[in-house]
Design a protein around this ligand. Structure first.
Ligand code: PLP
Length: 226
């Protein structure tokens, strides 16, 4: 068994254990294998082990890899997207996890209309209001959600966050809780369904699952250090 296959096995077991602890079923949690910086040959090892869902954070990089890998794979963009790349990427990805401004949402809406696409979208929230991170401010979103929901081409799945890095996974818990509570609040006040919570990375995905993650974005724990 390749080490990538080994790592995937371990992660699936940890996902199952975190679901068990929190009274959830493992089928509610998707594993997004974050393959950024790794070449197609390494990604193929994960494909051979049964993984079909992959995340990348750069448009050029994912567009270069897609043609080298089987056509049945599903790709998600998890890094910030610039307006001038929307047209290029949209036909090739199932979801964008990093929609953090009204402007980029409007660009996606406009181009998805032209191309007749209905991308899945996660709204990225900058929970700690870090100047180095992208995303909607915690206070902005409630006033902007109406406008976002009116963009009929966007299948808004839910919310996404990247907590400030702390090697202790427990340090992420309050951010994950906060994202879930914000989601609950928006569902009530805006009367919409936001089932998805994209949260949790290699070091803290188990905590994220305990707090309600529906998709965890795991890179180095599968593919190794970058
Ligand atoms: C790189 C990246 C990940 C995965 O990080 P790991 O710590 O390697 O699991 C998850 N989410 C985003 C947005 C990333 O850029």
């Amino acid at each position: 068994m390749s080490s990538v296959a080994d790592h995937l096995d371990t992660i699936h077991a940890k996902i199952a254990a975190a679901c068990e602890r929190s009274g959830r079923i493992a089928a509610e949690v998707e594993l997004l294998a974050v393959s950024k910086t790794f070449p197609a040959a390494v990604i193929q090892e994960a494909v051979d082990a049964g993984q079909t869902l992959f995340g990348e954070n750069r448009v050029q990089e994912v567009l270069g890899k897609i043609p080298q890998l089987p056509a049945h794979l599903r790709w998600h963009l998890i890094g910030p997207l610039q307006s001038n790349k929307v047209r290029k990427i949209l036909p090739h990805v199932e979801a964008i996890h990093s929609v953090g401004t009204i402007e980029i949402a409007a660009d996606i809406q406009r181009i998805a209309t032209e191309l007749d696409l209905r991308p899945l979208v996660y709204l990225e929230i900058n929970l700690a209001e870090e100047s180095t991170k992208h995303g909607f401010g915690l206070k902005d979103l409630p006033t902007q959600i109406g406008k976002l929901l009116s963009m009929d081409r966007l299948k808004i799945q839910g919310l996404m966050c990247i907590p400030p890095f702390d090697p202790d996974p427990e340090a992420s818990r309050r951010y994950f809780t906060q994202l879930r509570e914000l989601r609950d609040h928006l569902q009530t006040t805006a009367g919409c369904l936001l089932p998805g919570l994209s949260m949790g990375m290699s070091h803290d995905y188990a905590v994220a699952i305990e707090e309600g993650a529906t998709i965890v974005r795991v890179g180095s724990a599968i593919f190794g250090g970058r």
